[in-house]
Design a protein around this ligand. Structure first.
Ligand code: NAP
Length: 288
């Protein structure tokens, strides 16, 4: 079994992004900027936001973090987003999820201008996943998975791809990206009967469930490619994926580890979306 080294692939990809940033700066005389809004004190969110800031700066981009208190009113957050939508120095806006319960995620996602929606969660951008050639952005985690497959030379065309999980953030867009590459895609979820019958048929198995070591060797086809999006804590508090990595072992042909697999690619694709947003903004100005 080959372990797919997401960290190394992400580092390669980020070099390419840094070059695009340098080209942008010399062409347009300004530096692309991502603004991240964090509401409340969720400790995991604090780590994610810090990592995004560090990655942006390493790629040569500016990164602002706006911290708002837990009790922030939804209307205050929406006003801040409206202000950033109108600020020409801001190329990408990301509101870190989850939000406090009194704020509607849907309302916040819809408030971000689609041209600055670098998470690709706005319904307009999500809809463009039906017509990928028109899309400026791809959703970061599924796009990162596609990059990992491409990097390893894993041809998706004609393969049975099974996605376990159907969230708007991972499972559903993942299925669309695989379908666009001509995989035969099955999406499973908590109401799927006899899950193992589907997973055992997968040439490519993408796991986005959120349950530690949920998929074991008996649920996997010999030689399957396993992409593990899950980020969980095991019984000892150690980070682990949805796949039981040790149990599956050589039954898989390729597998992503957790940590160090899909995770580093998610931020990498966020950087790619931010520089794409910056180029698109400048091209709109000159009416291209
Ligand atoms: P989510 O919104 O909670 O969705 C989980 C999905 O798993 C749901 O569609 C659910 O089905 C399905 N599911 C739950 N129990 C199941 C079962 N017993 N059998 C089959 N399907 C089952 O989670 P998410 O946001 O998609 O994230 C999934 C995992 O990926 C989490 O561990 C998250 O932390 C991780 N993640 C990692 C990254 C990264 O960059 N590495 C990015 C995003 C998310 P229903 O729809 O029927 O409820």
């Amino acid at each position: 079994m080959k372990i797919i080294d997401g960290k190394a692939i992400a580092a390669e990809h980020r070099e390419g992004t840094a070059k695009r940033v340098a080209e942008f700066v010399s062409k347009y005389g300004r530096t692309p900027k991502l603004t991240v809004i964090k509401v409340g004190n969720d400790p995991a969110s604090a780590v994610y936001v810090r990592n995004k800031k560090i990655a942006c700066e390493a790629a040569g981009m500016l990164s602002d973090v706006i911290e708002m208190p837990e009790e922030t009113a939804e209307s205050t957050l929406l006003s801040k987003i409206a202000e950033l939508n109108g600020d020409a120095s801001v190329d990408g806006i990301l509101v870190q999820l989850p939000l406090p319960r009194h704020i509607s995620e849907r309302a916040v996602i819809k408030a971000i201008s689609p041209s600055k929606d670098v998470d690709c969660f706005h319904p307009q951008n999500a809809g463009l996943l039906f017509n990928l050639d028109e899309a400026t952005f791809l959703p970061c985690t599924p796009a990162g998975v596609m990059e990992l497959l491409r990097h390893e030379g894993i041809d998706v065309c004609g393969k049975n791809a099974v996605v376990v999980g159907r969230s708007n953030i991972v499972g559903k867009p993942m299925a669309l990206l695989l379908l666009a590459e001509n995989a035969t895609v099955t999406v499973c979820h908590s109401r799927t009967k006899n899950l193992a019958e589907y997973t055992r048929n997968a040439d490519i198995l993408v796991l986005a469930v959120g349950k530690a070591k949920f998929v074991t060797a008996d649920m996997v086809k010999d030689g399957a490619v396993i992409i593990d999006v899950g980020m969980n804590r095991d019984e000892n508090g150690k980070l682990c994926g949805d796949a039981d990595f040790a149990d599956i072992g050589d039954k898989a042909s390729y597998m992503t580890p957790v940590p160090g697999g899909v995770g580093p690619m998610t931020i990498t694709m966020l950087l790619a979306n931010t520089i794409s947003a910056a180029f698109a903004a400048e091209e709109r100005k000159i009416g291209k």
